[in-house]
Design a protein around this ligand. Structure first.
Ligand code: FAD
Length: 410
């Protein structure tokens, strides 16, 4: 087996940021990033692609150009985790051994969980900003629609960027409003969640937009089937009398699939009951294997699964990985920070930033962000600043506003 001090499974937002952060702190270390993908995607940009603001190309770069200097990129998928012998098996049958493992494989979009959905994506008015190739189709549909029915859906939690399903809807409604056709389009939002947004403080501002756009809101309602050819979606809606199945015809359907831990993670010894990696919420170290850490979407923590969370988690994991290599206990702690820029209209965003337990954690002073209200400043951050912060800051290990806190007892 090839041996590395650190093996990072997954070179997405979380894996690259962690690699860069570790190598900045200790350049001489041997570190491998295992990821089969030759393309890296800035997924937070897909909402903007679906809203006609970014081009798809603005959200992709070659993986090769993002691998930090000093890291070895291994272009294979991890096919098995063997934490008892400190090894990972790769897709081509080779084995890597490690002193410390970092799990950052992201999550899996479970399109197949909704019968009929996958085969009609990109056709028959069915789209999703959750895929690079489909986000442009969202904008195409929005531009082409002048009357009829538009359905937007959100699956049960956990999902990455819990606000993204409704962001797609608000930007679409805003485009229709500007064209003067919104009054001829009936818009419905079916979300499996019991509330419009998980943190209550942000709900009133969002409800203002639900009302302004005339959206028919259904809580505790799940998309369960799609018939693309007939253009009919089936929902299971909770009512006081129990759950009922409702068929809804559509001209446009923006669907978001249920999301699960990758099969290779779910079936490993590292998975918790929900399939995600069982780590301590503060130190991000595995519950039983002291030489394993996890961050990003694959971590079984209760924070919002966002790139913003990974940005704060990466330095925590980097510091704790180095401590583990030195035989020491974790020294840094993560407070659950995540951020969800809710694009309520073109030019304005409600910037939801919060930690574990829904505690509000604004980066900028609240008077600048007008509390939980939409602002132009937050839109400017999303459109101009956050992509820069991602490509030039986070992925390169520059930890602007992300200095880790001390772990309890450290
Ligand atoms: P990813 O970035 O998905 O990377 C996972 C990597 O692991 C990939 O490169 C993949 O190839 C690799 N991989 C997978 N399986 C294996 C394997 N078996 N072996 C090796 N490698 C593997 N976040 C925000 O902060 N703000 C937003 O506004 C926002 N909006 C979003 C909108 C949309 C439409 C979507 C889809 C996401 C959004 N997010 C947003 C969420 C954000 O993109 C994710 O939380 C973030 O990318 C998580 O990083 P990650 O590294 O854990 O996973």
């Amino acid at each position: 087996a090839r041996r590395f001090n650190v093996v990072i499974a997954g070179g997405g937002a979380a894996g690259l940021a962690t690699a860069a952060s570790i190598l900045r702190r200790r350049p001489g270390i041997s570190l491998a990033i295992v990821d089969p993908s030759t393309t890296h995607y800035y997924q937070p940009g897909w909402t903007m692609v679906g809203g006609g603001i970014f081009t798809p190309e603005q959200t992709r770069r070659s993986e090769e150009g993002l691998i930090p200097a000093g890291a070895t990129w291994i272009r294979q998928p991890v096919a098995g985790f063997l934490p008892e012998v400190r090894e990972v098996a790769l897709g081509d049958g080779t084995v890597l051994s490690y002193d410390v493992l970092v799990m950052a494989t992201g999550l899996t979009l479970d399109w197949a969980a909704i019968p009929g959905l996958e085969e009609t994506l990109g056709r028959n008015g069915v789209t999703s900003n959750y895929r690079y190739d489909l986000a442009p189709y969202t904008w195409q549909l929005v531009q082409g629609l002048s009357r009829g029915r538009a359905l937007f859906t959100q699956p049960p939690m956990p999902i990455k960027c819990a606000g993204a399903p409704q962001k797609a809807m608000y930007l679409s409604c805003d485009a229709w409003r500007r064209r003067g056709v919104l009054k001829d389009i009936s818009v419905t939002f079916d979300t499996a969640t019991p509330a419009l947004f998980g943190v209550a403080a942000f709900v009133p501002a969002l409800m203002t937009y639900i009302e302004r756009y005339g959206i028919d809101l259904h809580l505790r309602s799940k998309l369960v089937a799609v018939d693309g050819a007939r253009r009919v979606a089936t929902f299971e809606r909770a009512t006081e009398a129990g759950s009922v199945q409702v068929e809804q015809p559509f001209d446009m359907l923006h669907a978001v699939p249920p999301q699960v831990a990758p099969a290779v993670v779910r079936s490993s010894l590292l998975a918790g009951a929900d399939g995600f990696v069982a780590v301590d919420p503060a130190t991000l170290r595995h519950a039983t294997f002291a030489d394993v850490f996890a961050l990003g979407d694959v971590a079984g923590t209760s924070n919002a699964k966002t790139a913003a969370a990974a940005r704060k988690q990466a330095p925590v994991v980097a510091v704790n990985v180095l401590a583990a290599l030195d035989g020491k206990a974790p020294v840094a702690a993560y407070d659950g920070y995540g951020a969800c820029p809710l694009t309520v209209e073109r030019g304005r965003i409600v910037l939801a930033e919060f930690g574990y337990g829904g505690k509000l954690e604004p980066t900028l002073p609240l008077w600048l962000l007008r509390g939980t209200q939409p602002t132009r400043l937050a839109w400017f951050l999303k459109e101009k600043i956050m992509p820069l912060l991602y490509w030039r800051g986070m992925l390169r290990g520059h930890e602007l506003m992300a200095a880790p806190q001390k772990a309890p007892g450290a």
